[in-house]
Ligand binder design. Structure first.
Ligand SMILES: Cc1cc2nc3c(=O)[nH]c(=O)nc-3n(C[C@H](O)[C@H](O)[C@H](O)COP(=O)(O)O)c2cc1C
Length: 190
């Protein structure tokens, strides 16, 4: 079992929409991925992760929202036409896109960072499940989406957007996996 786990953890990499085929993944598989996300740890069992799923039928509306959000968030001097044009391409090459959010439970007495950290562990479960399924995806955190998310998604007042997770079917050879600096540089033993 540990060999399988090591292989999945070491084989995980962010796969970007430019490497997706555009093929659509079954709802059953998307549910399996989300159910694995739901097995993440959380202090006091707050389970603060929330997912809003863009399915193929919502892509057109989401493209419009994302392009409008980019335009209104970006100062005209910083507006990049190629970034604006990439928005529909990335969305259309993806199968599903998750809007990731954190549901803040004020009554828990927990600091916000613990709730954000719990959501991040759920996202790692998504990354690992995609790797095991030979699917691809990555966590994207554009500020224009984060700022305007509540204009598109039906969010609770205690929910905070933490970005998007693009999911798709990889095609062709993937770019090389970024190599991590050795763990020895990041550990202090006592
Ligand atoms: C919280 C978080 C936010 C991220 N946001 C972005 C992003 O906005 N754009 C992007 O290209 N990658 C984003 N990434 C993915 C990283 O770029 C990626 O994890 C990094 O390059 C390491 O590559 P790997 O995931 O293949 O190990 C994000 C990752 C995390 C954990």
């Amino acid at each position: 079992m540990i060999n399988t786990l090591n292989k999945i953890i070491h084989g995980r990499q962010s796969v970007y929409p430019k490497s997706f085929s555009g093929e659509i993944i079954s709802v059953d598989l998307i549910n399996e991925i989300l159910d694995n996300a739901n097995q993440a740890p959380s202090h006091k069992h707050t389970e603060p992760w929330r997912f809003h799923v863009i399915t193929p039928k919502s892509k057109l509306a989401f493209i419009k929202f994302a392009q409008d959000a980019y335009t209104s968030y970006t100062h005209p001097d910083n507006f990049k036409g190629n970034k604006f044009d990439k928005i529909p391409k990335k969305i259309n090459l993806s199968s599903h896109i998750l809007m990731i959010s954190m549901h803040r439970n004020e009554d828990s007495g927990l600091p916000e960072w613990e709730e954000v950290a719990a959501v991040a562990t759920a996202i790692q479960n998504i990354y690992l499940t995609l790797t095991a399924l030979s699917l691809g995806g990555y966590w994207s955190s554009p500020q224009y989406i984060i700022t305007h998310a509540n204009k598109f998604f039906d969010m609770h007042e205690n929910e905070k957007c933490l970005g998007l997770f693009y999911i798709g079917v990889p095609q062709g050879e993937l770019p090389p996996k970024p190599q991590k600096k050795p763990i020895g540089e990041k550990v202090t033993w006592y």
